[in-house]
Design a binder for this molecule. Sequence first.
Ligand SMILES: Cc1[nH+]cc(COP(=O)(O)O)c(CN[C@@H](CCC(=O)O)C(=O)O)c1O
Length: 406
Amino acid sequence: SFPADSVPQAPEDALFGLARAYKADSSSIKVDLGIGAYRDNNAKPWVLPVVKKADEILRNNPELNHEYAPIAGIPEFTSKASELMLGADSPAIKEGRVTSMQTISGTGAVHVGALFLARFYKGSRQVYVSNPTWANHHQILRNVGLETVDYPYFDKKTRGLDFEGMRSTIQSAPEGSIILLHPCAHNPTGVDPTLDQWKELAAIIRSKKHFPFFDCAYQGFASGNLARDAAAVRYFIEQGFELIIAQSFAKNFGLYGERAGCFHVVTGPSPDAKSTIGRIASQLAILQRSEISNPPLYGARIAATVLNDEALFKEWEGNLETMSGRIIDMRKALRSKLESLSTPGTWNHITDQIGMFSFTGLTEPQVQKLREEYHIYMTKNGRISMAGLNTNNIDHVATSINKVVV
Ligand SMILES: Cc1[nH+]cc(COP(=O)(O)O)c(CN[C@@H](CCC(=O)O)C(=O)O)c1O
């Protein structure tokens, strides 16, 4: 009933396949620079101290049970998630122009956003996506019948932003195209537009009546500051855009496997904004009900416990600074080691880039060699998850890169 020509063998997922290969490697000097998940200086996943506290609070709460969550998720989570993204004093929130729905982490939010657009967006069915972008974007968008078109993003020479390429491609996209944007800590390049460049992009997107789709997976991880990392999204909302936002709590709460995320729709200021938002929320509930019915409780309860308590929120901000700070230390250390080894080429991009990843410029053969000869694992495109580096393995990584970069 399922012959090979109707169910062909699919390629293994780039990222999860890499994780599997790393686990299977018995070498004592292996280094995992693959999956974008934070590791501490001992290369171990880090359960944030504030998450441990929230877990303790939940365990000691006799009121909690395992009943279904509402279809849109637990309100003490979704309301705080939207304040975190938009800012507690956001006019959009005050004017009732936002609806938020809890999702299966960031992936679930990108998916339900894509599905919502595929069903109800009357503009173009083309989604303009950065080249390169997150490994999962294209297939999520295509699975719901949207088309993807690349906009240039990475300048191979400067290893920085190809702003001219990005700007002109968005400018010339058909009116009403959907523009998928990473608001901070771009994956995989670690390169972000400046606020002035965001303002220029907003003007173009408005003039062409494009639709902004923000995928925010690293708020607080890029600069260590939650408001700064949300600046692009908040600017667009201040400018009165109608837009959607996928929000992951995987990295900034370390809740990867608990799948805590949120999806937001923001409408522009208008007399019927509230009724529009009500209609949108009602259709989102149908989409969600038919796919997951209602979202998982644990991760959202942990995040809500922290987001609703001033002292825990402050402690969380400290935990974020610990993670982003350690990554920045590793950026400085890797750059200076590569330079002190006089590794051919320039390495300032390692510290110029921001967030979880560094787009090193290493070629596929060099990546292959690092993996086979030095047991260092990174994605084929030369992306390094900087949290995989630590004071115990950084010399091995720097000297190995130095050897393969001829
Ligand atoms: C831009 C982006 N959007 C959404 C997600 C989804 O996150 P989640 O909340 O867990 O559903 C990720 C994670 N990407 C890193 C983690 C592994 C994955 O691909 O997923 C990565 O690129 O390594 C992103 O980098």
